[in-house]
Design a protein around this ligand. Structure first.
Ligand code: F6R
Length: 586
């Protein structure tokens, strides 16, 4: 949700170009508008370049200089206009601010600033930050003015502020992510470390309640915001490679990431370390798993609930945004699994903080490194899928699920070997992609599509439908097949496409029987699974590796179908409309 990138002491003296290329890597965080503020060489003026729309292949004509900060916006306060694009300036045009988050008390702060004769040119909450710093600077040096301004902001926020007179940059974090990249002669700031991995893999992941004052590349100080005391800045190495965040010849990150599952799912399934054993041990001695996440991560939690049940363990799952009413049920005997690709999802973080207050132990099932959830957790099970750049989650979802297989396998002894052998071959097989592409061509004009699945293939159906909605903007809705006759079958009209997700399992016949009921109301039935059936008008075959593993095949069909439909319907599968990769606000 909004991307921040900055450089101090750019080695090429082309800081604006460096920031532009960093912002392009962060575009997945918001693509309503983008902008850069530069301290030009030999000038006290801040030069600004900002535009609405995706940064895509944009260029900037900002002059040379070694210090710049930039932003990609996902609009929350104020429409998508040039004036609302970041950076925002104070009245004197010496202070530029970029911001990720929401200033919840901005209206009252703005009213006061207006009485002090500050003039506002945008409708954003961000602009008040620049004017507040200007006001505070009347009595304090720039760093203190920024720090004291940040203390007045209510909400989850991260800011980077450039002082055009001195070139000093101050960054503050409370609730929204910020990482500092430390290179030999330059400092980078970013919302996500993947944006500067081509420059350095040495990083400091800021904590909440921290501020960093960057006077020069070799004069960088870290402080606590609340106590204002200096802290030691201890960097760490990131083990992701810069190439992992590139498209590697694929047309889109989404397609690359779907294909990477040939490795990422097997890696997750065979994840064996002492943390898995420790977490499994907690469950064996009676800790109750509570699974929370949002979107795809929540569907992963639902699938994990079935896996736990299979292993004889009672677990509950719900969207992190619905945690509050259930929080009294969470105690020191609970094991809360926080499932998240980014580790920065605001609702999941809030739920985890509450669960910790109740005494629960937290297990983070996370993909990104150095995230807030990782730091809040008692146990971290990294899913190891590598950078996921497409906004739509694919390989992170399946790797998270793979970790639950590894964990519940520890409890129930499921054998992943046949799946590990068959899945990569199936995914790479031309026939798989051709069949799905042909189906996408057939469904191009469809506006409503329904999916059914049962048991573990109910969460498969939910995740499948989410992929179709996100990438193709088609209305796709999933039902547990047992639910059909209780009302929703009334939606079916002659020709309505319905997808039945099957496995070679105890409920295969029931799902097929539901498909036949749909067909008798005129539905066009697309079967997915290991066995064809005469009820199917179209069939996508998947290998038979047992009921549990069918979820990986069925979801992968949804990912590919969503991808091809998105392209066919003129959407950008990497950057669907209205979405941002990391939802860092409530
Ligand atoms: C779906 C998708 C979202 C995320 C959700 C949680 O394709 O990407 O539904 O799964 O926003 O995000 P994380 O996993 O970062 O907590």
């Amino acid at each position: 949700m909004c991307g921040i990138f900055g450089v101090i002491n750019d080695q090429t003296n082309e800081a604006a170009q460096t920031v532009l290329s960093g912002l392009k890597k962060l575009e997945y965080r918001g693509y309503d508008s983008w902008g850069i503020a530069l301290k030009a060489t030999d000038s006290n003026d801040i030069k600004i370049d900002k535009h609405i729309g995706k940064i895509g292949s944009a260029a900037t004509s900002l002059p040379r200089g070694s210090i710049a900060i930039g932003h990609t916006r996902w609009a929350t306060h104020g429409g998508v206009t040039d004036a609302n694009a970041h950076p925002h300036l104070d009245c004197s045009h010496h202070i530029a601010v970029i911001h990720n988050g929401i200033v919840e008390n901005y209206q009252e702060l703005q009213s006061k600033l207006k009485t002090q004769k500050h003039v506002f040119v945008s409708e954003t909450d961000t602009e008040i930050i620049a004017h507040l710093i200007e006001e505070e600077s009347k009595t304090k040096p720039f760093f203190k003015a920024t720090l004291h301004t940040f203390k007045k902001l209510v909400g989850s926020n991260a800011i980077a502020v450039l002082n055009g007179k001195t070139g000093e940059v101050v960054v503050c974090r409370n609730g929204s992510p910020l990482v500092i990249g430390v290179a030999k002669n330059a400092i980078y700031i970013a919302s996500d470390a993947t944006a500067f991995l081509d420059k350095t893999n040495t990083a400091y992941f800021m904590e909440d309640d921290e501020v960093i004052d960057i006077k020069k590349n070799d004069d960088v100080s870290l402080y606590s915001i609340s106590t204002e005391k200096e802290k030691k800045l201890v960097v760490r190495k990131i083990d992701w490679k810069a190439e992992a965040a590139e498209k590697a010849g694929y047309a889109h990150f989404m397609l690359k990431e779907v294909n990477e599952q040939a490795k990422t799912i097997p890696n997750a399934l065979t994840h064996k370390d002492k943390t898995i054993a420790q977490v499994a041990q907690r469950i064996k001695v009676g800790y109750k798993p509570i699974l929370i996440g949002c979107g795809s991560a929540s569907y992963c939690g639902l699938a994990a609930q079935y896996l736990f049940a299979q292993a004889g363990v009672e677990a509950i799952n719900f969207g992190a945004y619905e945690f509050e009413p259930f929080s009294p049920l969470v105690s020191e005997k609970s094991l809360v699994f926080a499932i998240s690709q980014s580790g920065e999802t605001a609702d999941t973080i809030l739920a985890v903080k509450q669960a910790k207050k109740n005494g629960a132990k937290i297990v983070a099932i996370i993909n990104a490194q150095g995230s807030t959830l990782e730091r809040l957790a008692d146990y971290c099970l990294p899913v190891g899928a590598g950078p996921e750049i497409a906004v739509v989650s694919t390989k992170a979802f399946t790797a998270q699920l793979g970790i639950f297989f590894a964990l519940t396998g520890e409890l129930s002894k499921i054998n992943p070997a046949p799946f590990i052998h068959d899945f990569p071959l199936w995914l790479k097989n031309k026939k798989t992609s051709e069949t799905i592409l042909n189906l996408a061509k057939q469904l191009l004009k469809t506006e409503h599509i329904y999916l059914i699945g049962k048991h573990i293939n109910y969460p498969s159906a939910l995740e499948f439908a989410l992929k179709l909605k996100e990438t193709s903007y088609m209305h796709a809705e999933s039902f547990a097949s047992g639910e059909l006759k209780h009302g929703v079958i009334s939606l079916i009209q002659p020709g309505t496409p319905c997808i039945a997700l099957t496995a070679h399992d105890a409920v295969q016949k029931e799902v097929i029987s539901s498909a036949i009921e749909l067909k008798s109301r005129g539905a066009y039935i697309i079967g997915v699974g290991p066995e064809n059936n005469k009820a199917f008008d179209c069939f996508i075959e998947t290998p038979d590796n047992g009921a549990s593993f069918s979820i990986f095949y069925n979801v992968a069909v949804g990912q590919l179908l969503g991808y091809y439909l998105g392209i066919g319907r003129g959407a950008d599968p990497d950057k669907p409309r209205n979405l941002a990769k990391s939802v860092t606000v409530k």
